[in-house]
Design a protein around this ligand. Sequence first.
Ligand SMILES: *[C@@H]1O[C@H](CO)[C@@H](O)[C@H](O)[C@H]1NC(C)=O
Ligand SMILES: *[C@@H]1O[C@H](CO)[C@@H](O)[C@H](O)[C@H]1NC(C)=O
Length: 692
Amino acid sequence: RPVRWVLLNHLCALFCLSAACPVGYFKSVSGSNPCSVCPSNSRTSQEGSSVCECRSGFYRAANDANSTACTTPPSAPVSLTWEYESGDGGVSLRWRPPVEMGGRTEVWYGVVCRICPSPTFSNPAACSWCGEGVTFSPSQTNLKQTKVTLNNLLTRVTYLIQVQAMNEVSSLSPFPARYTSINFTTSQSVPSTVPMLHQLSRAPDSITLSWPQPDRPNGDILEYQLRYYDKVYVDSAMMVYSETNTVTVNALIPGSIYAFQIRARNERGYGPYSSTIYFTTLPLEEHSQQIQNRLPLLVGSVMGGAAFLLVVAAIIVVVVFRGVKYYVDPSTYEDPSEAVKEFAREIEPSHIKIEEVIGAAQFGEVSRGRYRPVGRREVLVAVKTLRWGASDREKGMFLSEAGVLGQFDHPNVLKLEGVVTRTPPERIITEFMENGPLDGFLRENEGQFSVLQLVGMLRGVGAGMRYLSERNFVHRDLAARNVLVNSNLVCKVSDFGLSRLMRAPEAFQHRKFSTASDVWSFGILMWEVMSYGERPYWDMSNQEVMKAVADQYRLPPPHNCPPALHSLMLQCWQAERGERPGFDQLLSSLDRLIRHPASLKAEPTRCSQPLLSPTPTDLTAVVTVGDWLKALRMERYQEEFDRANIDTLDRVSILTMEDVQNLGVNLLGHQRKIFSAAQQLRAHLTQGQVEV
Ligand SMILES: *[C@@H]1O[C@H](CO)[C@@H](O)[C@H](O)[C@H]1NC(C)=O
Ligand SMILES: *[C@@H]1O[C@H](CO)[C@@H](O)[C@H](O)[C@H]1NC(C)=O
């Protein structure tokens, strides 16, 4: 078109009153009023338009008039910075408004929070959402101000924060809001509160306390500070320091109530004090009665933080009763690795740092290491690694333990952190138990614990076993060597591998395993604990043990073992499985003993070597040594007895173990049986004299 014509046409749009508006002009109401030029960022595609359409990328908000300019979302905010808030460890973010407001006056902001795997991450896609832990003040979205404060951030974690700018037309745009981002790594902060204090033991002038680590140590704990004061004189607070989780406070007044608070220090400084817990020193009169007053962890905390413990107990009870699920045997899966997938979390190998090999296991080695899950604090872990070149079958057997362990969640059952199965070497990661297997731990600390502490440990194992039996899980190999102890002396049941079942197929074929057989094993474990890790049945061979047990012989009470505990063991060793108590009953019995420490007084035992027969030989009809040997079914040694001139029951009753050996009784089992029966005879004869 000639330029002149176009110009004319445009002039006419303004002045020729009745003409249709040309392209680029609009007239919202038809009539004699003039056409208007389309407002910014809008256009018409034909003559006679009543409204100008927005150009691509520009919009009119719902409340904008048709005659107004079209607008666009704002550009990104600028100059985003972060800093720690003074005091509480929160982080504040500040920024300046976008340079391009998109033709509008209003703007607001939204904050997106992600946690990244390391301070040197390069791909934001590797970062995960912060989740609900982090809080935003005043809010995360619809922020009208250019500042927001983030709280509850984790320490030593890298955050990636995006601040988006939005206005009324942002929601009309198909593109995401423009944002600016910043990443920062939070530094270490002080340790969190120590959750509780336990009384380990007490005397008239001292109290020994222990405590667990804070939930968030935020680095290495350098020391603990214990503050204490006589309840009456709050002003007289004193301090003691400890680098370990236990301390003995001395120079106290007998029979007085003291208040205790504890706090932990790391590189950054002291954390807050724990709440106050009260313990009482032993009154002198009680001390003189020589009552065992060293309390186990459990009892100490019941005395001190009764309310707290009750709440914890209530929670545990609720959880147990609400969600009892039966355990699923991984070997019932067609492909046992399915069970592993179902019950165990896959762990990124890069989140594990192996530190030191601490032992060998059936399928490889066990190491101590550290596991740092994204967004959680680093934890010490034990890592079982499958050795190179293991067969598929071995791999299946190795991983099945994780398939079992992953189904359990109880403070007295070893906790599974996860597995590595996607890339070799395959690994099973569990919590780390500082003190290792219970049997070795007790042997190393022989005589170091009070009876109540030992019973406290048994109670822990019993609680774990009750949990397992409620889930219909039969452990099959409960023994002190398969219980692990952590730094707080908490005992946890472990060793859930299927492999141990394969180890002795003949035993597996001929023995029926049930919870009642676990109860039998628990009785043996009680014996192991009370004897500080002594080998049950000492050096007797398996066959000798089986024979002795079938003949109703039972382990005698270990040295210093309270009779109440030995009688509990004997109940676990009832020949008839239906007559053995359940773990429920065992636990109540242990709790009763713990509540009444006087019932745990030990009676000095004589030689504790021979096995006890709970069904004593009937001695009423025994007159001669021959009768006696017959009653024992040991007639075969008549000749040996004759040769040694042991021809009266009195002489028999004073036989020592050495005498029995010298007689020429060669089988150890028989030696024990004869010696034990001789002791019994002696008791019988003395009793008779007393009665006379
Ligand atoms: C704006 O224009 C649209 C058509 O393009 C019409 O449907 C709407 O009613 C108009 N709004 C006003 C307020 O004139
Ligand atoms: C994280 O921040 C640093 C500077 O603080 C920067 O150099 C780096 O590129 C940022 N990384 C990402 C992925 O944004």
